[in-house]
Design a protein around this ligand. Structure first.
Ligand code: NAD
Length: 266
């Protein structure tokens, strides 16, 4: 259980209408109701399910003005918004690159203490499956999408070095309700463990860190010792979340189908 005194009191979640955004908003609205945090602000381009006492702002996030408005008065930002799959530069640049850059500038301007960034395993997806990589593995993106996440990680590193804003980059694997593919045995993260990782990012002491968003996955090609060092203690294992049928595809690269797909014409 995390120490409430160390918990940021005002938190912005971007992408709050999405899968992980809703899971995170539920967990933090429980803390709001319990009086453990003071202000929860949710933002998304799509309608956000209403929660009593929670501020919800429906807006595209890609301009400097919007980013500055959203960050005002916040102690922490959990940045989950963006396109979560491969796309054209026309789509990815505003949603994944401009939004992230402007949010970090807004965090500096408004004295936000930390930004938790939903990076992705696809930032390192071109590593082969027989190689174990840890938080120190340089980006090796498997797609334009993965490259936008590598950009976000490097942005976090730059700002952590030159400004007071701490950066916590989560290379999320496969954070779903169930395990539906053989690959997920290595990459799965349960929603409950995702929240444990978020709590680690919100409370641990660091300047810039890269961690993997995985559960307790025996034999994973990602060594997540850095997350554990910071206090992350996953409680779930993929074997307890198996669905039927399971996609049995074996992949050569850690990014799975993203890595195998040819680079489409933009
Ligand atoms: N779920 C996973 O397993 C997984 C794995 C790796 C990385 N991630 C990353 O985690 C984040 C959340 O993933 P998710 O599964 O919840 O995806 P999701 O698509 O369900 O949620 C993303 C949300 O971002 C919003 N959004 C997109 N563009 C926007 C914009 N310009 N302005 C405002 N809102 C915008 C969408 O409306 C959506 O609600 C994403 O950044 C994704 O890349 C997720």
């Amino acid at each position: 259980m995390t120490d409430n005194k160390a918990f940021p009191q005002s938190i912005l979640i971007t992408g709050a209408a999405g899968n992980l955004g809703q899971v995170t908003a539920r967990a933090l609205s429980d803390r709001l109701r319990a009086g453990q945090i003071r202000h929860l602000r949710l933002a998304d381009i799509r309608p956000i399910p209403a929660v009593e006492g929670v501020e919800a702002i429906q807006t595209p996030i890609s301009s400097r003005e919007v980013a500055f408005d959203l960050a005002e008065g916040m102690d922490a930002i959990i940045h989950l918004s963006g396109i979560p799959t491969e796309g054209t530069w026309e789509a990815l640049i505003p949603a994944n690159i401009a939004a992230t850059a402007h949010l970090w500038d807004a965090a500096v301007a408004h004295g936000v203490d930390r930004v938790l960034f939903a990076s992705s395993n696809h930032a390192v997806g071109m590593y082969p499956v027989d190689r174990t990589v840890d938080h120190s593995a340089p980006p090796c993106p498997d797609s334009r999408y993965g490259l936008t996440k590598a950009f976000g990680e490097q942005l976090a590193a730059l700002y952590a070095a030159k400004t007071p804003v701490r950066g916590f980059c989560m290379r999320i694997g496969s954070c779903f309700e169930v395990v539906s593919a053989k690959r997920h045995l290595q990459t799965f993260q349960s929603h409950a463990d995702f929240i444990r990782l978020i709590e680690t990012g919100l409370t641990a002491d660091y300047r810039f860190e890269v961690v993997y968003g995985i559960s307790d996955n025996p034999g994973s090609f990602w060594d997540n010792a850095n997350a554990r060092r910071l206090g992350y203690a996953p409680q779930d294992r993929p074997a307890d979340f198996m669905a039927e049928p399971v996609d049995e595809t074996d992949y050569r690269f850690q990014g799975g189908s993203f890595a195998d797909a040819p680079l489409s014409r933009d």
